[in-house]
Design a binder for this molecule. Structure first.
Ligand code: CP
Length: 299
């Protein structure tokens, strides 16, 4: 792999080949499963999870990934840190570095938060979701999930719809970069007020029409905590309802957390009843993907 970046901040920093290299390493970890015998590349190293916003998937999978690589983890969460007394994010990171952690996984509400920390510390920084701009490890794990499903090295020839609250979505922004780099066509779908026009890909308000043309559909959560507003007919127009899913042959994804009954129906979200549902595969791929990133940067 040519990529020798010190931090993992955005997929803009990686080439297609760099992405494929990390994805293949993640696939190796997935194939090895319980038979994976770690050579403990993180042995003796402590990784700090600095999470200023809530998380289930990203934080737990980074913790599991670190432990599977033989390392240890400390968690510093927003409400319990001295940021609640006015300490800045960068000062918090500098203090963690001074305590000797080998790297920091950071989630924050500031669009440029991970970059600001990276510019100030001497240890690797991994962006675990910054504001509404970037969530590169999510996009990389989505690439792993899709390439493994389609049995291909990249996603050339595939067409992916990303549907929902695009305007508040760091997942959408990182996936536009990542999926495009892997050769997929991307169409963004949603109501006009949640559909920014600066992401450089096709856009549509007609979900049913787009579903006839795509091989994968990534549903996104309406981010009410970021003041997203949707009309009463949102589910009818943009939800992956049971009837819509019944007429869709492609694969279904969602980065989580899901608003069941709004952007996705219960019956569609439940893995058991939807054979093309990759939602929990994404979560499984997330651990392996984060192992590949940690191993490359810190191992
Ligand atoms: N997909 C994702 O980032 O989920 P969490 O917020 O639970 O980490």
């Amino acid at each position: 792999m040519a990529w020798n970046g010190r931090h993992f901040l955005t997929l803009d920093d990686l080439s297609r080949e760099d992405m494929i290299g990390l994805m293949q390493r993640a696939s190796h970890f997935l194939d090895a499963g319980d038979r994976y015998e770690p050579d403990s590349p993180l042995s003796g190293k402590i990784i700090a999870n600095l999470f200023m916003e809530n998380s289930t998937r990203t934080r737990c999978s980074f913790t599991i990934a670190t432990k599977r690589l033989g390392g240890d983890v400390i968690d510093l969460l927003g409400g319990t840190s001295s940021t609640s007394k006015g300490e800045t994010l960068v000062d918090t990171a500098l203090n963690l570095e001074a305590m000797g952690v080998a790297g920091i996984v950071v989630r924050c509400s500031q669009d440029n938060g991970a970059n600001e920390i990276a510019a100030s510390v001497g240890i690797p920084i991994i962006n675990a979701g910054s504001g509404t701009t970037s969530h590169p490890t999510q996009a990389l794990l989505d690439g792993v999930t899709l390439t493994r499903y389609f049995g291909k090295e990249d996603l050339s020839g595939e067409h992916v719809a990303i549907t929902g609250d695009i305007s508040h979505s760091r997942v959408a922004r990182s996936n536009v970069v990542g999926l495009t780099k892997l050769g997929a066509k991307v169409t963004l779908v949603g109501p006009s007020e949640l559909l920014p026009d600066d992401l450089g890909c096709d856009m549509s308000n007609d979900f049913d029409d787009v579903l006839t043309r795509v091989s994968a559909c990534m549903m996104l959560r309406v981010q009410f905590e970021r003041n997203a507003k949707v009309s009463e007919d949102y589910r009818e127009s943009f939800g992956l309802t049971e009837s819509r899913a019944a007429n869709f042959d492609g694969v279904i994804m969602h980065p989580g957390p899901m608003n069941r009954g709004l952007e996705i129906d219960d019956s569609v979200a439940n893995t058991e009843s939807s054979p093309h549902n990759l939602i929990l595969s994404q979560v499984t791929c997330g651990v392996a993907t984060r192992m590949a990133i940690l191993e490359h940067l810190i191992g």
